[in-house]
Design a protein around this ligand. Sequence first.
Ligand code: ZN
Length: 150
Amino acid sequence: MTDLSELYQQVILDHNRNPRNFRKVPGANRQAEGYNPLCGDRISLQVRVEGDVIRELGFQGSGCAISKAAASLMTAAVEGKTTDEANALFRAFHDMLAGGATAPGKLAAFAGVKAFPARVKCANLSWHALRAALENTVAAQPITTESASD
Ligand code: ZN
């Protein structure tokens, strides 16, 4: 168990230091802003969707290690997926942090976050931004973790 925890910590540290897809996306046709006032995490997410497939996505912003690593892993997990598959991953990640089953793949690295309720919103922020971007519900107001359903 200790080895597993260390492995998970390494995944989070790696994605914090070298975030994947930390950039703007040329030709993005969906985007959303996310803000977690409890921690000060901010994310700007851009997505290029073709049909129902997420072809490319990228994020920018600033925040704690958990929020940045979670955003990095989120973008890596959903790139190339259909929007239905991305929504299923959103639910799996959300459920895991709510105490449910462990999410698939490297997303499992965040399983330990559920023991730290204040950090759950850091980990969920980019996923809420993704869902908002895919639903195209974003108007002038950024989504915040305070208005999210968790
Ligand atoms: Zn945070």
